[in-house]
Design a binder for this molecule. Structure first.
Ligand code: AHR
Length: 504
């Protein structure tokens, strides 16, 4: 039988709540219809933000929301999205679907959304087609508490006090849609642009995120770090707080990615194996970061991750709308366990994207809203936010798969919160076999007790639809037996399990 040994005595760092972050772009129906319906909508809203969606995101403790893109960020000119809505510029969203962007959701609306969600803010600036002045003025507009042209403009637009910008991204995918740059060129631009992101409030400095690599482009990481570090000032660490990484799990090829809902067992394993590749990416990019930042002061910010499939038949190909199945729940479970285990370096991650785009936690259709299997994984894993990662080791785990697509049947991560409650999150990647696991808790004073146990499971292809919205949900998990400081569990095939245990 496979065995999981947990050592309570050896916490390995703190799991940044931001690892459970989200990303929302002006893309398809993510912002418009998804998050924002406007004040005049018949769909219940507060200041234009959908009430059902805000409530659902609060239930998973959304810690941070990245906006406005994505590729859209490097085409976004923030002044188009402020002031009276009737005067805001209209444009065609050339990148995503060629639809009209009326800029009715802009800076003020974003901060209002984050206020309602109670989450941190992460704004992505425009390097690809924007100027240093434009970026610098945006930061002044948002954060300066005094008399200045931009602060006065903000006040004239109804916001007296500055907002808090927690993170600011200096460009997005500047190796691709953000300007097709070479790493040295971008590295130089990063140095220049970030200089003018002033910290108007030294008590709450804006954390600056440098554009990192796509997938396994280790050269980008190396060259950007070499360029940005050369002749860097001693106060370098105010200069770069994060370096991003983007990685999408695409089952087949970028041309024919594969369906979100119709896939074979081989594709199940292929997808999970590709999702597990995140571990190698974080490790190898992390090793390069260690060369320049051995004290790990620069966070790895995985600000785009998730499954990317073919769009749902009949939908606008530029809207990237896809369904979400138990396979996505497993991808989320596996990936979040990887991030937890690398919490010494990974300081934020943002699943792409919150609603109606790629691996979403929520889908909407007019006034209706459904929570996806991925949503329930975020709900269970919320207990890891801010907790201490514990040392945990799996042994005796079998490999499962089809052809070369083999993966370990079980993955896990374990954390302990301030109240001494230990959260164990486990995935059974097998498409058809129950996994028996023995769990041994070292370092407790008495018998192990189960405070709560939940599971998200279903057939490989199972998903939630507007006709059957609760086909896959989080349910109580009862397949366990406790004896002293050990417990045995039987995890159903295709499942994500959360155990909350303590020892008195
Ligand atoms: O999330 C969709 C797109 O994927 C983003 O706009 C871009 O950054 C990435 O290529």
């Amino acid at each position: 039988m496979a065995k999981l040994i947990i050592n309570r005595e050896q916490p390995k760092g703190t799991i940044a709540p931001e690892i459970y972050g989200h990303f929302s772009e002006h893309l398809g129906r993510c912002i418009y219809e998804g998050l924002y319906v406007g004040e005049d909508s018949e769909i219940p809203n507060v200041n234009g933000m959908r009430t059902d969606v805000v409530e659902a995101l609060k239930e998973i403790k959304i810690p941070v929301l990245r906006w406005p893109g994505g590729c859209f960020a490097d085409e976004y000119h923030w002044k188009d999205g402020i002031g009276p809505k009737e005067n805001r510029k209209k444009m065609i969203n050339t990148h995503w679907g060629g639809v009209l962007e009326d800029n009715s959701f802009g800076t003020h609306e974003y901060f209002e959304l984050c206020r309602q969600l109670g989450c941190k803010t992460y704004i992505n600036g425009n390097v690809g087609s924007g100027t240093v002045q434009e970026m610098s003025e945006w930061v002044e507009y948002m954060t300066f508490d005094g008399v200045s042209p931009m602060a006065d403009l903000r006040k004239a637009n109804g916001q007296e006090k500055p907002w808090k910008v927690d993170y600011f991204g200096v460009g997005n995918e500047n190796w691709g849609c953000g300007g097709n740059m070479r790493p040295q060129y971008y590295g130089d631009l990063y140095r220049r642009y970030q200089t003018y992101i002033r910290n108007y409030n030294s008590a709450e400095p804006v954390k600056k995120v440098c554009c990192g690599a796509n997938s396994d482009d280790y050269k980008w990481t190396k060259d950007v770090l070499a360029t940005t570090h050369e002749h860097a000032q001693p106060e370098f660490h105010g200069f770069m707080d994060g370096l991003s990484l983007h990685y999408y799990t695409v089952p087949n090829t970028w041309q024919e990615k594969g369906s979100a809902t119709q896939f074979t067992e081989e594709e199940w394993y292929k997808t999970l194996k590709k999702a597990m590749y995140m571990d190698e990416l974080v490790t190898r990019h992390g090793t390069i970061m260690d060369e320049y930042d051995p004290e790990k002061k620069i966070g790895m910010i995985v600000d785009e991750w998730g499954c990317w499939y073919d769009v749902e038949p009949g939908t606008n190909p530029g809207f990237l709308y896809q369904q979400n199945s138990v396979r996505d729940a497993l991808v989320a479970g596996v990936t979040l366990n990887i991030f937890n285990k690398h919490c010494d370096r990974v300081k934020m991650a943002n699943i792409a994207q919150t609603i109606n785009v790629l691996q979403s936690v929520i889908l909407t259709e007019g006034p209706d809203m459904i929570k996806t299997p991925t949503y329930y994984v975020f709900h269970m894993y919320r207990h890891h936010q801010g907790a201490k990662l514990l040392d945990s080791t799996l042994s005796g785990v079998e490999q499962v798969g089809v052809k070369e697509w083999e993966v370990p049947a079980v993955t896990e991560s374990v954390s302990e919160n301030e109240e001494g409650i230990i959260t164990v999150t486990l995935n059974n990647l097998s498409a058809d076999k129950v996994q028996d696991l023995e769990i041994l808790l070292n370092g407790g004073e008495g018998a192990l007790e189960v405070a709560e146990a939940n599971v998200v499971t279903g057939q490989m292809l199972a998903c939630n639809t507007f006709e059957d919205p609760e086909n896959v949900t989080e349910k109580p998990f009862t397949e366990y037996q406790v004896s002293g400081n050990t417990m045995k569990i039987q995890m159903p095939a295709c499942s994500v399990v959360e155990l909350r245990i303590c020892s008195k």
